[in-house]
Design a protein around this ligand. Structure first.
Ligand SMILES: [Zn+2]
Length: 463
């Protein structure tokens, strides 16, 4: 399918006229993509309840699993993948319980390519079964010890069995990027011919780069007609970029995991061993930037924060400050020139609109990098009447104080309120710095003596 963003003023695929000048300048317009690309036509397979269970800190009891499944469903992921019911008795019971919730998302379970596992899986009530087997020489030699002929024979048997139960089936190789390309394409072609719903490519060790991902998925797209799923580990921090490029090359389904935000943090703290797969939040940020309207139409973006809080709490870590979208710095602006531009037009420094995620931006003003435009915005919020020259004068005082220590919003408000009341009473004129210092000192002394403080307004500058 062809997506046209109008940047070059073309007609779109339906022969509609070129977009207007205003649309051409819209920074949130979809990006150009070629005919193979599925950037605006994909599904998410959310694997926090499978891959995430493999995180060192994770122990999800039934109640937690159900809460996470419901939160993911409220967000709108197309699929939720669960740990194999063959793993333990409780895993099987939990899988059955989640299938009975009647969620909108399809429920999948992830099993080894083995008839014993398949027989258990199809009895749980799942909508589909994800089958996996190692195909790299490393795994064939050191893990299961089977050759490609055995793998192919077993895959056919398992796929036919799952299909006979009328549910979806995916066949994935493991460690695909270190597998022989001819072996891979040949088994994918075989399973495609017998009607598998999806084939899966897995960067199990996180070794792939975007170009390798593009090449493999694009080659595979020319060989099979079924859907293509991709599972990308984040060992080198490449998982989101690799997911994006996989969609560009024709992949249709992306595996994600909210454990990744916790994995990432664990790595930062040095307590994690491996660093997870493509994070749901980061991928959503990336795909929203590519086509905001499409992503907004598919997902309840405001529900993302709750999922991340829920998972972070379940594995006893906090959401990293720099996490895309939900990190506390994600929509914070500080430098004076940024703040001025953001207050005029947020798209100057934001590719994601916080309001689309149920969040608000924060313009930090109590620091030495602040500017009078940001302070003016606060003056207006406080409904103080000051001229631009007076605001610039007050800003100079805030910067002077912030050179000593960062000023809280309450500190900033105090300067502005004292300045305002002194100007109104005729005690202060622009540039009378000593008078202002004196008034501020009197104000602080009065407060220290227990006089009632002027009620601070805790609201930060929201633009
Ligand atoms: Zn994995």
């Amino acid at each position: 399918m062809v997506q046209v963003n109008g940047v070059n003023g073309h007609t779109n695929g339906n022969g509609k006229p070129a977009p207007s000048q205003a649309q051409q300048r819209n920074p949130y317009a979809p990006r150009y993509a070629d005919f193979l690309s599925n950037i605006s036509n994909f599904s998410i397979i959310e694997s926090t309840l499978r891959e995430g269970e493999q995180f060192a800190n994770a122990f999800f009891d039934t109640k937690t699993k159900i809460a996470i499944a419901k939160a993911l469903d409220a967000f709108g992921v197309e699929y939720i993948e669960l740990t194999s019911p063959a793993a333990s008795e409780q895993s099987r019971a939990d899988c059955e319980a989640i299938c009975k919730l009647g969620l909108r998302a399809k429920i999948l379970t992830h099993i080894r390519c083995h008839m014993d596992d398949a027989r258990i899986a199809v009895e749980t009530g799942v909508d589909g079964v994800d089958v996996v087997i190692g195909t790299s020489s490393f795994l064939r030699e050191f893990s299961h010890g089977k050759d490609m002929a055995y793998i192919t024979k077993t895959a056919i048997e398992v796929i036919n069995f799952v299909k006979s139960k009328g549910i979806e089936v995916r066949f994935s190789s493991e460690d695909s990027f270190r597998s022989d390309l001819v072996d891979l394409l040949s088994i994918y072609q075989t399973v495609d011919k017998i009607g598998v719903n999806r084939v899966g490519v897995a960067d199990t060790v996180g070794c792939a780069n975007p170009r390798q991902v593009y090449d493999l998925v694009r080659t595979l797209r020319g060989v099979v007609s079924c859907d293509i799923e991709i599972h990308l580990h984040n060992d080198t921090g490449m998982a989101i970029a690799n997911a994006y490029t996989a969609l560009e090359a024709g992949a249709t389904h992306i595996d994600t995991c909210e454990c990744c935000l916790t994995h990432s943090r664990s790595a930062v703290l040095g307590i994690g061993e491996r660093v997870g797969i493509t994070p749901l939040g980061g991928l959503v940020a990336c795909l929203y930037a590519a086509n905001p309207e499409y992503v907004k139409s598919k997902y309840n973006l405001a529900a993302l924060r709750e999922i991340e809080n829920l998972v972070a709490e379940a594995v006893e870590v906090t959401v990293p400050f720099c996490n895309p979208i939900t990190g506390y710095c994600a929509f914070t602006h500080k430098a004076g020139i940024h703040a001025k531009a953001i207050l005029n037009n947020p798209s100057t420094y934001e590719i994601l609109k916080p309001e689309d995620f149920g969040l608000t931006r924060y313009v930090s003003i109590g620091h030495r990098l602040t500017g009078w435009n940001a302070v003016k915005s606060r003056v207006e919020q406080l409904q103080l009447e000051l001229t631009d020259d007076q605001i610039k004068d007050a800003t100079a005082k805030i910067k002077e104080l912030a050179d000593v220590r960062t000023q809280t919003m309450e500190d900033v408000d105090t300067v502005l309120r004292v300045y305002h009341s002194a100007v109104k009473s005729g005690q202060l004129t622009v540039g009378a710095r000593e008078v202002l210092d004196q008034l501020l000192a009197e104000h602080h002394a009065a407060n220290a003596n227990g006089k009632p403080q002027q009620a601070p307004t805790p609201t930060p500058v929201m633009a």
